[in-house]
Design a protein around this ligand. Structure first.
Ligand code: URA
Length: 199
């Protein structure tokens, strides 16, 4: 699974010694492994505190993120920042990333092949950060990382335990902008996340 370290190096990192966070980020920013980079202005790597016990993973950069080179800075991102603040977490204190690092055309969801090609970067973020809690923001992150047949409406709000990692699938903040009734569920999920981070 993506969060487990393997003895087999992935093709991207073969025969290399383990890199530091700044080295991985620098290399990721020049990535041209797939065609998504051609339609994007830049690679949008994760942001925040690489020593955080919490990592949040979304789908992929949107227009604003592509422009500014930072994940979750558009409308959905601003809502995410407020959700984090509601559980007394500053955005800068956690780590925020995406399953793909380049903006898919017209904000379509990334394909399974695009997610697979980009996965070594997320794996490296996991290796370096070693979070205690992983929050999957929306169906794409949930399906891409846990269960391709998964349903976010059915499975959100339930912890998935993998070794030392606690995983919480929840709705994507963009889904809350479209349907504010989902806010109640997300509030419940983030209260569980707050509790887990304290134990
Ligand atoms: N939606 C995402 O999934 N990721 C971002 O970075 C922004 C919007």
């Amino acid at each position: 699974m993506f969060w487990e370290e393997t003895s087999e190096p992935t093709s991207l990192f073969s025969s290399q010694k383990k890199k530091t966070y700044p080295e991985v980020k620098k290399e990721a920013l020049t990535c041209r492994r797939c065609h998504l980079r051609e339609g994007a202005q830049q690679v949008v790597f994760g942001v925040g505190n690489p020593n955080s016990s919490l990592i949040l993973v979304g789908e992929g950069p949107g227009a604003r993120e592509d422009e500014l080179g930072e994940p979750f800075v558009g409308k959905a991102g601003q809502l995410l920042t407020k959700i984090l603040e509601a559980i007394n977490l500053e955005r800068e204190k956690v780590y925020i990333s995406n399953i793909v690092k380049c903006r898919p055309p017209n904000n379509r969801p990334p394909s399974s092949q695009e997610m697979e090609v980009c996965m070594p970067w997320l794996k490296e973020e996991f290796r370096l950060i070693r979070p205690k809690v992983l929050v999957l923001l929306g169906a794409t992150a949930y399906k891409g990382l846990i269960d391709p047949q998964g349903k976010i409406t059915r499975d959100r709000g339930k912890w998935i335990e993998k070794k030392d990692l606690l995983i919480m699938p929840t709705f994507h903040p963009a889904a809350l902008l479209r349907d504010p009734r989902k806010k109640v569920s997300v509030w419940e999920d983030f209260q569980m996340i707050e509790k887990a981070l304290k134990t």
